[in-house]
Design a protein around this ligand. Sequence first.
Ligand code: SF4
Length: 466
Amino acid sequence: MGMTITEKIMASHAGRSSVSPGDNVWVNVDVLMTHDVCGPGTIGIFKEQFGNDAKVWDNTRIPIIPDHYIFTADSKCHRNIEILRDFVKEQGIRYYYDPDFIQGEGMPNPYLDPTKTTYKGVCHKALPEEGHCRPGEILLGTDSHTCTAGAFGQFATGVGNSDAAFVMGTGKTWLKVPPTMKFTFHGQIPPYLTAKDLILAVIGEIGVGGATYKTMYFAGEGIESLTLEDRMTLTNMAIEAGGKNGVCDVDQKTLDYVKARSNRPEWEVYRDDADATYCYEHEWDLGTMEPMVAKPHSPDNKDLARNCTDVKLDRAYIGSCTGGKITDMIFAANLLAGKTVKIPSYVVPGSTEVHQDMLKLGLNGEPVEDVSQSVYAVLEAAGCNMGAASCAACLGGPEDTFGRLNEPINCISTTNRNFPGRMGHKEAGVYLASPLTVAASALTGVVTDPREFVDEPIATGSAGVV
Ligand code: SF4
């Protein structure tokens, strides 16, 4: 019987010729990622279970990427960074991306130049940028949005601290093979949609528990027409439907990116066999889809943006691993160019590389000589509050977090979760939407269909690729 991408990856990492959904297999893990929130807990369990003097299984395969609670004066958050620093030194961890501006007490000054810091920003964005994502591999991370890396044709999923500590010590984990759900998109992505609209439609269709412990496979020429970064938005939100992982086919866009970035030279590309079995299939025609929002307080509370024009907004937020990539910034900047936002609007780059690209790329994704034409300058001129790369208000964080919803207000956001309290105040209402819809809404102060402002394709050039 034919196998899916996920089944083939699991079989190859278990040393078997085939596996089927429901099989439990021991697999060799290629990469284990952790960050400042779960790293200290994982390290504690690793030491408790393997011994205080134990060595990690492979210090070149455990990238540690602080990103969550960075720009805060909270001393407990800074203590987490110290624990990571000590562990990195002790173990000789090769890939550690230190927020070098955190020294001592108080609110750290953000990096002055995004090219001159060892800090990278949000782990799921930094992982591929720094060469840790490859087709055919198994990547685990102590963060539920580790599934983002499935856009690169690999098996990627989040694990808890105990499982991560076991992997840290052994390089192995025990996985049940998930059945695969196939979501096919026909046609080409129109200028007013981004992958965010597609994934909100999927989650709205199947519900937040609709893919529990299943693979979400995104297929069809509609997916091919997306940039690699936009595919990351799809796989990023697989977990919002309960998915074990999300995955896309590998194409030339993937190969170009991975060849330019990977810190290892070899990888394997897998594809679904023609007779692979799916537990669920659904198809969409991109030509008939419309801009979507997920209303408070669940990512499956879907509606069309044009149905929500009576929703008055207090804030707009563009950022996170879902919606803080350079292509997201280019989408928003094109819409906001030459205009002024009507409500307080916050922009947070997903990584220091995104921040750097915002400073050097223009509205078509190509380098500009005149910095006043850069994506960064355009967003700033439109009246946006510009932040430094990090998770920032995506998960609320300490009260002094940039962009945090400290009042019971309505916010439209490019992030991935809108549960009560996710971005701060428990009574705040968060509307999830694409960067186009968020930017359009920032201009009007109510939920707005971006078709009011966009009628031509927005080029993103080589942004997010090289
Ligand atoms: S940006 Fe948000 S969703 Fe992404 S890793 Fe950070 S907190 Fe999690």
